[in-house]
Ligand binder design. Structure first.
Ligand code: ATP
Ligand code: MG
Length: 423
């Protein structure tokens, strides 16, 4: 017997029963992004490894242990499957000089790869929709981005299941001052730190606070707060953001512990979280990264963006029964007898041209078994052609979901008759 193959662990197939749910969600997103003036950008799934190390930061979960990195055997380059979308997007923006005399509002959607322990809402290939707004200093764009995501939850019917958490990370000088105080504090609690914490104490102490380890929560809660180290400019930015959100009726919770897992963030950061999905409760996360474009070789430019885990949003939509069923075809076209397949195929094409979706029965089968398939397909109408109809140049229209009786009409009148029945 020949061998059967399986998908790679943590990488999922999306089968027809579920793929319409993805299409529905993607269509909702595309409409939303167009309404807010974002344009699509498509970058490769593979980038050179140093790009991610530089952009995301050496001492982060992603770079330390989650990247799929391999050597290009043709030239020895180190390449990485993208673990997130911002680095590649900004690389493209700088490479193609898209910010020359211009701002950009960009979105991307597609697979990301992280070597994590697979569980509900956490996969090794997962999908993100993300945006990057470049050249806007805020806090108006910070607000618009929140308003846009809130609008998405409204369009999807998810508003009641999501809470917004916000924080400010200040600028790099403020983070440096806080860092010293934080290191001193963590040194006093050295014995409490787990392995990751001990390792990061001096390299990335802020990340020690971003722990999911319950034993460290109290220690983290009592640590010096970055918020207390912000200067007047950062505070004004943060205050301006909060005031606009309040004025627009967007509820938020300030979370001084929110630091985000990637190094590039500064000033405004936020997460949309839900309590409905267990530990994988962050659906959308983002913030400002004003220094990043310069770090990647571009001109210093303000930037803000977010990444949204599409599987997690879909899990929530599925759990709450908020996804529409896949739409059925308008017509199932039954045919039997000499010449019927060709006659039916011409009819099917004329119906499609007139705007109907049509499933033509393919292959030989009794009318009875074809009718069963028509019923099961969910189609609204059966259109039937047999030898008698062919001789007379006609077709039978049989409504499948109402009590309206079937009718026989001339071939050229089928589209009009169907249209009349559908109104
Ligand atoms: P987490 O704390 O859950 O690991 P993260 O901070 O690593 O998340 P980001 O890098 O901010 O996540 O990515 C943005 C969003 O992408 C997350 O909020 C989440 O919705 C989604 N996401 C991240 N990693 C995964 C994954 N392995 N599987 C599915 N979705 C993911
Ligand atoms: Mg993670």
């Amino acid at each position: 017997m020949s061998q059967k193959y399986q998908a790679v662990k943590g990488m999922n197939d999306v089968l027809p029963a579920e793929s319409y749910q993805w299409e529905f969600f993607e269509a909702t997103l595309r409409a939303l992004l167009a309404d807010y003036g974002y344009q699509n950008i498509r970058t490769p799934i593979v980038e050179t490894t140093p790009l991610f190390v530089r952009a995301i930061g050496e001492v982060t979960d992603v770079v330390e242990k989650e990247m799929y990195t391999f050597v290009d055997s043709l030239n020895g380059d180190s390449l990485t499957l993208r673990p997130e979308g911002t680095a590649g997007t900004l690389r493209a923006v700088v490479e193609h000089n898209l910010l020359y005399n211009s701002t950009q509002k960009l979105w991307y959607m597609g697979p990301m790869f992280r070597h994590e322990r697979p569980q509900k809402g956490r996969y090794r290939q997962f999908h993100q929709i993300g945006v990057e707004a470049l050249g806007f200093a805020g806090p108006d764009i910070d607000t618009e981005i929140i308003v846009m995501t809130a609008d998405l939850w409204r369009r999807l019917g998810l508003t009641q299941y999501l809470q917004l958490e916000i924080n400010s990370l200040g600028n790099s000088a403020e983070r440096l001052a806080h860092r010293e105080a934080l290191i001193a504090y963590l040194e006093c609690h050295h014995e409490l730190l787990d392995e990751d914490g001990k390792r990061r104490l001096y390299t990335n102490p802020l990340r020690v606070l971003d722990t999911k380890n319950p034993a460290l929560q109290q220690m983290a809660d009592n640590a010096p707060r970055l918020l207390d180290y912000l200067g007047p400019e950062s505070l004004a930015h943060y205050q301006g953001w909060k005031e606009m959100l309040t004025a627009l009726g967007v509820a938020y919770k300030e979370n001084p512990r929110l630091v985000r897992g990637l190094d590039y963030y500064n000033q405004s950061v936020f997460e949309w979280v839900t309590t409905e999905l267990g530990a994988q409760g962050t659906l959308c996360a983002g913030g400002r990264y004003d220094g990043l474009i310069e770090q990647l070789g571009g001109k210093a430019t303000a930037g803000i963006g977010f990444g949204m885990g599409m599987e997690r949003v879909l899990l929530l939509l599925q759990g709450k029964g908020l996804l529409p069923a896949s739409p059925a075809a308008d017509v199932y076209l039954l045919n039997q007898g000499t010449g019927a397949p060709l006659y039916a195929m011409r009819l099917a094409q004329s119906l499609r041209t007139a705007g109907f979706s049509v499933i033509q029965h393919l292959g030989e089968a009794s009318f009875k078994s074809q009718m069963k398939k028509a019923d099961a397909s969910g189609a609204l109408f059966a259109v039937i052609v047999g030898e008698d109809e062919i001789c007379a140049g006609q077709a039978v229209i049989k409504p499948l979901r109402t009590d309206i009786v079937q009718q026989t009409v001339a071939l050229e009148s089928v589209p009009a008759a169907l249209a009349a029945l559908m109104n």
